[in-house]
Structures are given as structure tokens and as C-alpha cells.
Design a protein around this ligand. Structure first.
Ligand code: FES
Ligand code: FES
Length: 154
């Protein structure tokens, strides 16, 4: 059995240890907010937080994250930074098709938790691995800067 803590809830799952975390989250636990894009750590659609670190769940075997705190997009509304990021996304109408956006928000939130007021170049570098086929990159950058400014003013 594999024991995972996802968004503060314990899950005891009868799955193999080499199953990618993304499969466990989506197909076994049934939380669909985390997306499958490439399956080979190249797009960022599957990004979750593992002990606060942005992590590509498509290439993370579940056995390696037992005992860790796993956080998904579903918990961002209850997270102070995640909530601010999501509000900035809404304010600026960032999403187009939306497919990549959960991963974008998870990566952006991890960045702002570690670096609350990043320089523009730091944001660009931190987000470079999260691809968006709709090309929403400029709005993503603006939204992260907006969320970061709100932190500075709060
Ligand atoms: S699905 Fe994991 S990085 Fe693309
Ligand atoms: S909004 Fe469509 S892939 Fe990013």
C-alpha cells in the first residue's frame, strides 16, 4: 500500500510504487485539476507542490513522495498566496483554453512563496518551463507581478 497526503488528507492506495503521482492524483484519487500534457517533464501542466516545491507529477513515482505534503491546484483557494495568484489571474483574464493554467498557477505560487517580490527576469526564468500553447505568457507575467505587488502592499 502507498500512503499519500494530498491537500492535508491521507490516502491509503493499493497502487504500485512506480506509478507516477499524476496518475494517482487523477485516476485513483479522482482529482482532475492537475493535467497531463507531455508525460515527460517537458511542459509543466502536471505541476503540484511536494513539501512546497513545484514538482512535475508525471515523472514522480508515488513511492518517493510518501510522507511528503502534496498540494494540488484544488487547494489553492485555501492558500493565502495561491488565492492571491488566482485572483490576479482572474483580474487579468489570463486563461485562454485553460489547459496549462493549473500548472502555471502552481508554479507561480511556489515561486512567490519562496521569493515574494521577484524581479521580472526571475519570474521569466522561473516560469520558462511551463508551456502554454495559447501563448498567454505576457498575461501570466503580468498576473504574477500583480500578485507580487499585492503582497508588497499588504
Ligand atoms: S505532463 Fe508533466 S511536465 Fe508535461
Ligand atoms: S491557456 Fe491554452 S494552453 Fe495555456
Amino acid at each position: 500500500m502507498i500512503n499519500l497526503t494530498i491537500n492535508g488528507e491521507q490516502h491509503e492506495l493499493d497502487i504500485p510504487g512506480d506509478m507516477p503521482l499524476l496518475w494517482a492524483i487523477r485516476d485513483v484519487v479522482g482529482m482532475k485539476g492537475t493535467k497531463f500534457g507531455c508525460g515527460i517533464a517537458q511542459c509543466g501542466a502536471c505541476t503540484v507542490h511536494v513539501d512546497g516545491e513545484a514538482t512535475r507529477s508525471c515523472v514522480t513515482p508515488v513511492a518517493t513522495v510518501q510522507g511528503s505534503d502534496i498540494t494540488t491546484i484544488e487547494a489553492m483557494a485555501d492558500d493565502a498566496v495561491g488565492k492571491r495568484v488566482q485572483q490576479a489571474w482572474l483580474d487579468l483574464g489570463v486563461a485562454q483554453c485553460g489547459y496549462c493554467q493549473g500548472g502555471q498557477i502552481m508554479n507561480a505560487t511556489a515561486l512567490l512563496k519562496q521569493t515574494p517580490a521577484p524581479q521580472t527576469q526571475e519570474i521569466v526564468e522561473a516560469m520558462a518551463g511551463n508551456l502554454c500553447r495559447c501563448g498567454t505568457y505576457n498575461r501570466i507575467l503580468a498576473a504574477i507581478e500583480r500578485a507580487s505587488t499585492q503582497e508588497a502592499n499588504s
